[in-house]
Design a protein around this ligand. Structure first.
Ligand code: DX5
Ligand code: ZN
Length: 228
């Protein structure tokens, strides 16, 4: 596997100074900006919508990686594409209330990269039929809805299985990523790391993301949130 991509999740950023926050992680070496969209139905939390993604688009030229944790994604996809998304990832669970195949095609037809994701409780079997129809598989390493949760190592079996089936697609992990869990994920076959808390709650704002080799990413322990 080649270069590892770090996608900084702005869910953990200070929204009152979002421009500064984004420029800080850009300077620290983040590759993508990960936008977590929550509707209060598919997940038990509400974050932000297309208007905010459009504002983020105006703040950075980094690719915007939009993760839809919402019902009826097909209804909202055009708004996120218009807002400037470069990739859009949707959930496979029936509770997301959409036709997965149709939504993936809709995303691709609009010239956007299509991602598919599954909750920790969801079987890999549900995403396997779609592997040749996606650009990226997102393996949730926490139950979606909140930042700052602990990494679930049991999800690495999905990363391993996906990588054994496809060397083409990006495999992204999301939730509880820090220097240690980044290494585990990369060694298992992931090549895109979403990180919110470990990047934005850094105490040393000068060093957020350090890529040391093509096969390892280190988020220095100094960037972890200190106990208050
Ligand atoms: C969780 C979101 C994640 C979250 C990751 O529902 O999908 O992207 O922001 O946050 P950390 O890195 O804090 O686990
Ligand atoms: Zn996410």
């Amino acid at each position: 596997m080649g270069t590892v991509i770090v996608a900084a999740s702005i869910l953990a950023a200070d929204f009152s100074r979002l421009g500064d926050e984004i420029h800080r992680v850009e300077a620290a070496g983040a590759d993508w900006i990960h936008c977590d969209i929550m509707d209060g139905h598919f997940v038990d939390n509400i974050s932000f919508g297309p208007e905010m993604v459009g504002r983020v688009r105006g703040l950075t030229s980094l690719p915007l990686d939009v993760h839809l944790m919402i019902e009826h994604a097909d209804h909202y996809v055009p708004r996120f594409i218009k807002a400037g998304a470069n990739s859009i990832t949707v959930h496979v669970e029936p509770e997301a209330k959409h036709s997965v195949a149709k939504t993936l095609q809709q995303i691709r037809d609009a010239g956007c990269r299509a991602g598919l994701t599954l909750n920790p409780e969801t079987s890999f079997d549900s995403v396997e039929p779609f592997l040749d129809k996606i650009d990226m598989l997102l393996v949730m390493t926490v139950h979606p809805g909140f930042g700052g949760q602990s990494f679930r190592a049991d999800q690495m079996q999905k990363v391993k299985r996906a990588r054994s089936l496809s060397s083409r697609i990006d495999i992204e992990v999301d939730g509880g990523i820090n220097d240690e869990t980044a290494r585990i994920s990369i060694e298992t076959g992931a090549n895109v790391l979403v990180a919110g808390t470990s990047i934005f709650h850094a105490t040393d704002s000068s060093v957020c993301v350090t890529r040391t080799t093509s096969s390892m990413v280190v988020l220095p322990s100094a960037t972890r949130r200190q106990p208050s």
